[in-house]
Design a protein around this ligand. Structure first.
Ligand code: HEM
Length: 264
């Protein structure tokens, strides 16, 4: 008898020895059939190993690590603010990507002007009003949540050794969150956007020595125009999303490796 035939014979004998229900039997027969062709059991084992290996590094829960079995610390809900920031960021990213299908970063032109496109989204596009509102709200919730998260980290002393690096990454993240807000605010190119842009140019120009250079670099000139909007657009939809997503991943990765700080 060939090895394969012997295997099949053994499997059948193994099944017959047991009192299997028809469902169990058909499950096993299909599993064997698939395994013979795609080695799925090997791959499942590989996945299982990976799962256990990665879980080995998971930090213990707070209560386990600090023996707080019977205690509830009233500030614990504030420990969810970092995650809350992440959720708001994901909602903003998804709704922003959808808005991108209808928005055009042009200051002039009959149909392509940014302002007209935003009016179109708000009045004509199905669910457009809702989509833009979700984007604006999630952006504002994110800004507030990130700020409150930073306060939580500060007041629980979670920035101390060995978490200095994550505090510094946090500083970059809150700054970039604000740049996200500012660049996005200019995109509708309405009166609010225009005058916020004007303030930006003047702030840049007021920097000693490098003011003119900074205004040129960031706003594309000393007066607002197409180069300004184009720069804000590229920063908002191309540059920031990649940088912020990568930094959030590193930030949360570090929390995962170090565990949450001891609160007491
Ligand atoms: C986009 C912005 C941010 C996101 C998405 C984010 C996300 C997170 C998450 C999910 C955690 C796990 C614990 C928790 O949720 O509280 C965390 C922890 C931490 N974050 Fe942030 N964070 C951001 C901004 C900041 C800022 C602005 C700072 C401070 C300047 C900061 C410093 C820290 C530190 C030091 C920890 C470790 C805290 C501990 O171990 O208790 N993060 N962050």
């Amino acid at each position: 008898m060939s090895l394969e035939k012997k295997d099949e014979h053994d499997h059948r004998a193994w099944m017959e020895e047991r009192d299997l229900t028809p469902i169990e039997k058909s499950f096993l027969v299909s599993l064997l059939w698939l395994d013979k062709r795609f080695r799925i059991v090997d791959y499942l084992e590989l996945l299982e190993n990976l799962y256990y290996k990665s879980n080995l590094q998971m930090p213990k829960s707070h209560t386990e690590q600090y023996n707080l079995d019977n205690k509830f610390w009233y500030w614990y809900p504030l420990y969810s603010l970092g995650f809350f920031s992440t959720i708001a960021y994901v909602v903003a990213a998804v709704s922003g990507a959808l808005l991108g299908f209808y928005y055009a970063p042009a200051t002039a032109g009959e149909t392509a002007a940014a302002y007209d496109q935003v009016i179109y989204i708000m009045t004509d596009l199905n669910f457009g009003y809702m989509l833009r509102s979700i984007h604006r709200w999630s952006a504002q919730v994110m800004t507030a949540a990130v700020f409150l998260h930073m306060l939580r980290v500060y007041f629980t002393g979670a920035y101390k050794e060995p978490r200095e690096l994550n505090w510094l990454i946090g500083i970059v993240l809150i700054s970039l969150t604000m740049v996200f807000g500012y660049t996005g605010y200019l995109l509708p190119w309405n009166q609010l956007s225009f005058w916020a842009g004007q303030i930006g140019v003047e702030m840049a120009l007021s920097v000693p020595l490098i003011g003119e250079w900074a205004a040129q670099l960031l706003f594309g000139g000393f007066t607002l125009g197409q180069p300004t909007l184009q720069r804000m657009y590229i920063l908002h939809v191309f540059f920031l999303p990649f940088v912020v997503t990568a930094l959030i991943a590193i930030h949360i990765g570090i929390v995962w490796m170090q565990g949450i700080a001891e609160p007491h």
